[in-house]
Design a protein around this ligand. Structure first.
Ligand SMILES: C[S@@+](CC[C@H](N)C(=O)[O-])C[C@H]1O[C@@H](n2cnc3c(N)ncnc32)[C@H](O)[C@@H]1O
Length: 288
């Protein structure tokens, strides 16, 4: 029997902090834990146990990580067939454009012509299963057919999946940044695993708050799959770091948020040239 303890949080950073705390607490027996973004932009933390968890320890870890007002885990049974289906779903290879994102156990699914990206389900976001990642991968493949980008930034890189896709497809260097140091560590590991460690530099930064981003500017292509709020807030800096004929590829926004995000970049002088949609999530391509 599998039991699942679930909790919904407003902030991704809280979900990440809680998962780290759970992973470090011996009393919980180091269970598997994962966070998933919901359509309303909240973040669910799911912790999986093979036997009834120590709920007092769970509450203590939660209060220590996020304070006493953080809420309460709800523990429920997870029917075994659902658990198996869920884990297999998370591990299935994903095709987007010429890219195949897969785990190590699915290397035999690679077909001639595929650009294979090997990513294990990790602490960082980005296995290709989310509509935003898949939408970006498709657009990256499409943009590569008509552009020759030389200077590229992947802002909010997660597992590094988009930076790896770019480096593998175009053999070009990519600066991959994330606010979360775990993501930049995972990105460096994944880049090496995929044979593009030499092409990808991973750096920790909130937005453009690390000098390395200015040093490598201007960028011919800036990819940012984060959320609508930060995308709007970052619009002036993104465009300030863009080369004269540069392209910006944005994702992480819901259909209803498309107009306000596009308007923020149009106000900085860019033109919306393409809108893609996957599972209710938009991908916006903007050019000077
Ligand atoms: C939706 S994930 C995208 C991951 C990956 N690029 C993909 O397409 O699958 C968003 C990532 O952006 C990072 N992030 C959020 N806000 C950020 C900010 N202001 N600056 C840099 N990274 C940020 C998060 O830590 C997370 O790893």
């Amino acid at each position: 029997m599998t039991l699942i303890a679930s909790l919904n949080l407003a902030k991704e950073s809280d979900a990440t902090r809680l998962i780290e705390a759970i992973g470090e607490d011996e009393a919980l027996g180091f269970p598997s834990a994962a966070t998933t973004e919901q359509a309303d932009q909240s973040w669910t933390v799911d912790v999986y146990f093979e036997e009834a968890p120590d709920e007092a320890a769970l509450a203590r870890v939660l209060a220590t990580a996020l304070g006493p007002e953080a809420g309460r885990f709800v523990v429920s049974d997870l029917p075994d067939e659902d658990w198996v289906a869920k884990s297999l779903e998370g591990l299935k290879p994903v095709r987007a454009g010429r890219f195949l994102v897969h785990g190590s156990h699915d290397r035999d699914k690679i077909q001639p012509g595929d650009i294979a990206i090997e990513i294990e389900a990790a602490e960082a976001f980005g296995t290709g299963h989310h509509g935003t990642t898949a939408g970006c991968l498709e657009e990256i493949d499409r943009l590569g057919q008509s552009h020759d980008y030389k200077s590229i930034l992947d802002l909010g890189t997660g597992t590094g999946v988009l930076a790896i896709a770019i480096a593998k497809a175009w053999q070009k260097p990519v600066l991959a940044t994330d606010i979360d140091p775990i993501a930049t560590r995972v990105t460096a590991e994944n880049a090496a695993l995929n044979g593009v460690g030499e092409l990808i530099d991973a750096a920790t930064a909130e937005g453009f708050g690390n000098p390395v981003l200015a040093v490598r500017a201007p960028y011919d292509l800036i990819v940012a799959n984060i959320l609508a709020g930060p995308l709007i807030a970052l619009a002036p800096e993104v465009v300030a770091h863009l080369a004269p004929k540069g392209t910006v590829l944005l994702s992480g926004l819901l259909t209803a948020q498309g107009p306000s995000v596009a308007a923020a970049y149009e106000a900085e002088g860019l033109k919306l040239t393409r809108t893609g949609e996957q599972e209710g999530w938009l991908t916006l391509t903007l050019e000077r």
